[in-house]
Write a protein that binds this ligand. Structure first.
Ligand code: XMP
Length: 529
């Protein structure tokens, strides 16, 4: 295991991912973690970047014990400055931030040992991505330079005798094209990690772990949405405990076209998962009646979801009790709630926070636990999305589902600006399905991170045949992103947009105009609400 100590950089989670991409398990902990509290023995430590400067009064510092552990350490950006600060080098505040591409020249000035393995075999120079304010003005004693850029004479350092390295650039971002190899050099060659982290190994271990946790009789309930995470989690539970896992799908009336039916066919008929679909669309839509505020829509949907889910879970529990009383083969009580929590959610809750604010409250089933007295089971909590997808493929989940774009919990309610009614939902469902169908036909679906239609309840004038129309507008959104924290709008070939627009205006009653959203995040968000 590689231990990544997070100083709050927006890229910290990417370091973890890059390690995992080398099939090495890596775990991220806040930089304030005391080494004596770490429950595993790391084979190497990476210190992340940070929005802070080491000289800020409240800047975070690492437990000095890391330097005495005898394991290799790599400091990235702030991590390098922190290492220098702790080991008595000199860090200067720059009067400007350096942000963007740079050319790293790999040197071995003053090298006195063989510990220059970080760039071994990677050539004499590479393009790298910089994002920093401070930089070193002198290396700490015992270190020598192994890389420079035009503006940073100490862009990469190595210790003369210990396996300590520091780099000013960010190897974890894709803008540093060879960065992943640099991380590979560190974790594989320098730390000597074995590449055992694969989904094939994960499945067997996780099924055994679930069986042990649930015991021979415990039952588990869990919500499925038709998304990748809940489908993979459900299938994994089914593999582990069969029909003692009860999946519940709540039809909230703001799902995509035919979604509840499709999920039922796939999960229950094809994959054999014990699934009940609860049609609660009337209840959701009546509670949403007249509501326009996005946060209020989220709250109503979140709370109603909890009510409906709990009622169904109670029904399953009552049935289990009745079966037990009747002396049927004891299948046990409902003791567990399955949650499809992924590692980024875990990171989000443990990572070191600089000044950050909640921009939107995201709805998930976390609220369930407070009332339900069920214990939580989270088989995916160690995994990144791409790992969940790989796991899904191994579990024979159909490829189109495994690659499916994310869909928000509050569904089409946050894609219908203004009031949510059955009529508006129908219009948006139809427009969205045409949009996605055309994207798939053009073979572009997998290049786009998320695409969807938005219904704008403004009216615009149009003409159809000889008649004037006065109807609503559809906005199309498509973005490419690595982590949904930032996103670029997708550049479609014009003929694809033309076809989509013409199909939507021809086939969706109530729409006479289609627009394409050319806003990136930031300053826009991916969703419109
Ligand atoms: P934003 O709009 O915040 O979206 O840029 C980033 C990603 O989060 C999804 N999203 C949500 N997912 N509940 C969810 O489960 C929500 O309330 C919610 N709001 C946004 C969005 O679809 C995108 O993938």
């Amino acid at each position: 295991t590689i231990l990544i100590l997070d100083f709050g950089s927006q890229y910290s989670h990417l370091i973890t991912r890059r390690c995992r991409e080398h099939n090495v398990y890596a775990e991220l902990l806040p930089c304030t973690t005391q080494i004596k509290d770490v429950k595993f023995k790391p084979k190497g430590i990476i210190l992340s970047g940070s929005p802070y400067s080491v000289y800020d009064k409240d800047s975070p510092h690492v437990d000095p014990a890391v330097f005495d552990l005898g394991v290799p350490i790599l400091g990235i950006c702030y991590g390098l400055q922190e290492m220098a600060w702790q080991l008595k080098g000199t860090v200067d505040k720059c009067d400007h931030r350096e942000y963007g591409f740079a050319h790293l020249k790999i040197t071995k000035i003053g090298s006195s040992s063989s510990v220059d393995a970080l760039f071994d075999g990677l050539g004499d120079e590479m393009q790298v991505w910089m994002s920093h304010g401070d930089q070193l003005s002198a290396p700490p004693p015992g270190f020598h330079v192994i890389g420079v850029t035009a503006t940073a004479p100490y862009a990469a350092l190595a210790h003369d005798s210990k396996p300590f390295y520091g780099i000013q650039f960010h190897p974890e971002v894709t803008h540093s094209p060879r960065g992943k190899e640099v991380i590979g050099k560190f974790i594989l060659d320098i730390c000597g990690c074995q590449q055992h982290w694969t989904m094939e190994e994960f499945i067997g271990k996780e099924i055994a772990r679930i069986r042990e946790i649930c015991g021979p009789t415990g039952r588990v309930v869990g919500a499925v949405s038709g998304g990748v995470d809940s489908t993979v989690a459900a299938k994994l539970m089914h593999e582990a405990i069969g029909d003692r896992f009860h999946a519940i799908m709540v039809d909230n009336g703001v799902l995509r076209l035919n979604e509840a039916k499709q999920v039922y066919e796939m999960l229950n008929k094809d994959l054999g998962v014990n699934l009940t679909v609860v049609d609660a669309s009337d209840l959701f839509l009546s509670r949403l009646d007249g509501v326009e505020d996005p946060e209020q829509k989220r709250k109503i949907i979140g709370n109603t979801f909890i009510n409906v889910f709990e009622a169904k879970a109670a029904e399953i529990e009552a049935q289990a009790e009745a079966e037990e009383a009747a002396g049927a083969a004891a299948k046990g009580r409902v003791e567990w709630l399955l949650q499809g929590t992924l590692y980024p959610d875990v990171i989000e809750s443990i990572s070191f926070k600089g000044p950050s604010a909640t921009i939107k409250t995201h709805h998930n089933v976390g609220g369930l636990l407070k009332d339900m007295k069920l214990k939580l089971i989270e088989p995916l909590r160690e995994l990144f999305k791409d790992e969940v997808r790989a796991l899904g493929r191994l579990l024979s989940i159909p490829a189109p589902l495994v690659q499916r774009h994310p869909f928000p919990g509050p569904g089409l309610a946050i894609r219908i600006l203004g009031q949510v009614t059955r009529e508006q939902v129908k219009i948006l469902q139809l427009a969205d399905s045409i949009y996605i169908e055309e994207i798939r036909k053009a073979g572009l679906y997998d290049q786009i991170s998320q695409a969807f239609a938005v219904l704008l309840p403004v009216r615009a004038v149009g003409v159809m045949g000889d008649a004037r129309t006065y109807e609503q507008v559809i906005a199309l959104r498509a973005v490419q992103t690595e982590d949904f924290m930032t996103a670029d709008w997708y550049v479609f070939p014009p003929e694809i947009l033309r076809r989509i627009s013409s199909r939507i205006t021809n086939e969706v009653p109530g729409i006479n105009r289609v627009t394409y959203d050319i806003s990136s995040k930031p300053p826009a968000t991916v969703e419109w609400l």
